[in-house]
Ligand binder design. Structure first.
Ligand code: MG
Length: 349
């Protein structure tokens, strides 16, 4: 959750410094979650929410920013629209918070309907003029406020409500995580399938490289790079998902840089293209077509290697093999062919 939250703010063009306030015993979790994303040191929180926020604010006191946004890490699905609305409102107003108008009827457990007119559900981020909110926090140490807007309002600072988002939910109760995952999956709802096909011819040699694994053989495969048909087919399949041409257009055989190159580089380049579009590779499936060498004994190693190169779990990778029953060039053992399919999830744009 923290990683999603931090990335949401990091990806926003108007956010400068991000500082995370954590519990004293959460150092290891913090490093694992966002250690590679944030260069800034984190802050150890206090006994209450208010105390933790105050310590976070004080961490900016050396070089005070004009504006500051306070956000719950438990709202990992905050989007750039919500962040922008809070920031824009701070142009003219000292405090702006994300909130949603209540649409459901309200009722007290003990009986009696509550008029929902004018009632809003408060979310975060809550944005403030830095000077105003740090002054307020320094003056209020009774730790009674459940959020910073309440604290600011008690100090006489007017609060502006801006529209939050349904998806900006606070993961609190059992089941909220599932809801969050559904929202997250829907963001990557543009599901693409791409195919790739490759052939390399045999030449004299003693091994071939298939799906990143060296396999001893009576011949080698001829090619400019390491001639890994499996990785080439998968690279083209991924490029196909994002309409980014083919392997030859990215790594021309005329370029001496790719002489004897490890084809892992090609596959990773294609995956990088997916990541740049905010997407991910969901599944890779490749069929190796040849009479010899036998792929079966090396299949598990190939799955493991492709998964490693692609940054996927082994269950997201499939390597299969077939012969052509002695027919055609593969049947005559003149070379090896491979057919790859990739499934990629991209955000809707
Ligand atoms: Mg090739």
């Amino acid at each position: 959750m923290l990683r999603h939250t931090v990335k949401a703010f990091q990806d926003h063009p108007n956010i400068g410094l991000i500082k995370v306030v954590i519990g004293a015993d959460h150092e290891e979790l913090y490093t694992k979650a966002v250690g590679d994303l944030l260069q800034e040191s984190h802050i150890i929180g206090g006994a209450t929410r208010q105390e933790s926020v105050r310590r976070g604010l004080e961490a900016f006191a050396d070089q005070p920013p004009k504006l500051i946004l306070i956000h719950d890490a438990a709202r990992p699905l905050v989007d750039s629209g919500v962040i922008s609305r809070v920031i824009e409102a701070l142009d003219a107003k000292p405090a702006a918070i994300a909130a949603m108008p209540i649409v459901d009827s309200l009722r007290r457990e003990t009986g009696g309907a509550v008029d929902r007119e004018g009632l809003w559900q408060v979310q975060t981020p809550q944005g403030f003029w830095y000077d105003a909110i740090i002054t307020t926090h320094r003056a209020s140490t009774d730790d009674l406020a459940t959020d910073d807007a309440t604290l600011a309002e008690r100090a006489g600072i007017p609060i502006t409500l801006v529209e939050g988002a349904m998806s900006n939910l606070k993961v609190t109760r059992a089941g909220d995580l599932t809801t969050a995952e559904i929202f997250l999956a829907a963001r990557l709802g543009d599901i693409r399938t791409g195919s790739g096909f490759d052939v390399h011819e045999f030449e004299p040699g003693d091994h071939v490289t298939i799906c990143g694994v060296r396999v001893p053989h009576t011949h080698a495969l001829k090619g400019h790079s390491d001639a890994d048909v499996g990785l080439h087919a998968l690279t083209d399949a991924i490029l196909g998902c994002i309409g980014l041409g083919d392997i030859g257009s990215h790594f021309p055989p005329t370029d001496p840089r790719w002489r004897g190159a490890d084809s892992a580089v090609f596959l990773q380049h294609a995956i990088e293209g997916v990541k740049e579009r905010g997407g991910l590779v969901a599944h890779l499936d490749v069929t190796i077509i040849c009479e010899r060498p036998k792929v079966g004994p090396h299949r598990a190693a190939m799955v493991a290697r492709v998964a490693e190169i692609a940054g996927l779990r082994p269950d997201q990778v499939s390597v299969k093999a077939t012969t052509t029953e002695g027919l055609g060039f593969t049947g005559r053992r003149e070379g090896i062919a491979a057919q790859g399919i990739a499934t990629v999830r991209l955000p809707f744009v």
